[in-house]
Ligand binder design. Sequence first.
Ligand code: NAD
Ligand code: IPM
Ligand code: MN
Length: 366
Amino acid sequence: SKCYRVTVLPGDGIGPEIIRVAVDVLRLVGSQEGLDFEFKEMLVGGAAIDAVGSPLPQETLDACRDSDAVLLAAIGGYKWDRNEAHLRPERGLLDLRVGLGVFANLRPATVFSQLVDSSTLKREVADGVDLMVVRELTGGIYFGKPKGFGINEHGERIAFNTEIYSTAEIDRIARVGFETARKRQGKLCSVDKANVLEASQLWRERLTIIGAEEYPDVELSHMYVDNAAMQLIRNPKQFDTIVTNNIFGDILSDEASILTGSIGMLPSASIGQSGPGVFEPVHGSAPDIAGQDKANPLAQVLSVSMLLKYGLGQERAAERVEAAVKTTLDRGFRTGDIMSYGKTLVGCLHMGEEVMRSLEASLPAR
Ligand code: NAD
Ligand code: IPM
Ligand code: MN
């Protein structure tokens, strides 16, 4: 059988703790489904800065390019926060995304019924939420030039970034948005700031044209980002698929995570036109709880499910992993971030073991 090559990037903070769980889960589901995996662990982020002086060593990028999928945990930490731009862990992540051309970031926010009471929102608001944020990932204000520091005409220090999108960049992410909506409930909400920003005006214009010409079956709406931030909390069930730019997508997906109970539950898939995708939780390296076995590994485990589905086309294995997460929640196990009355508080590794127990139990007895 085919052997899938997966590059594993633990990164920083809670990264090594959660990725260990995820790799174990991938190995186990592989053995159940007859899939072979070869894992190659590489350096990225602060760990790579410390070891070899670069947040994305060339050999890491080469290994990623040379693999079938990339499983990434998270990067960053206080230790490197004062470094100059090119020696920050975040630079490694951004360069990885551009280096692999993964311009579309799918961030599903699905509320598991077991966790409705872990959400800070009322049950009737959170229950049944199932939305997908399609975030543009390799353009916009994160990468626009000019950017940098300078001095203005009054002799004051200034700093600037540029929000910039070409029609080609908008069109390709728009199509991912429409295709995603088409496979879901057929509703696409494009979020922008077209009342103020030219880049958003071009965004809205292209979305409208592509929608009319190529996707007349998808119901397209537009919303300003400030209103969207409010509507996400007021009535999240109005949303099916959201498509938005890099920075709005970053912010709105963290906001959406709270509908699900915790940011520790949100996976993501970053994909391009071709080549390997990057599968990673939405959350960061959580330095405040790193090294304490407190992290919720489920966002990372659900990223394994997305890797199987979107990265390798192994839908059945993907569903098996997601089902094992649900079974584990049904069995009452909770990390601190999703803990509620009457449930069993466990650490990161223990949660991982329970997910594997659920996976094993899902095989019919022979
Ligand atoms: P964060 O997502 O790391 O943490 C925010 C809060 O959520 C913290 O209180 C943290 O303990 C909690 N949290 C996050 N993940 C959790 C999990 N799996 N289980 C339980 N609790 C969890 O965001 P931050 O604190 O703003 O950033 C910390 C570092 O991570 C920064 O260096 C930032 O740049 C980086 N970061 C990296 C990524 C990434 O690698 N994709 C994403 C976001 C932030
Ligand atoms: C994310 C993170 C990154 C982003 C940072 C760490 C560069 O917040 O993956 O959501 O802003 O894209
Ligand atoms: Mn983010």
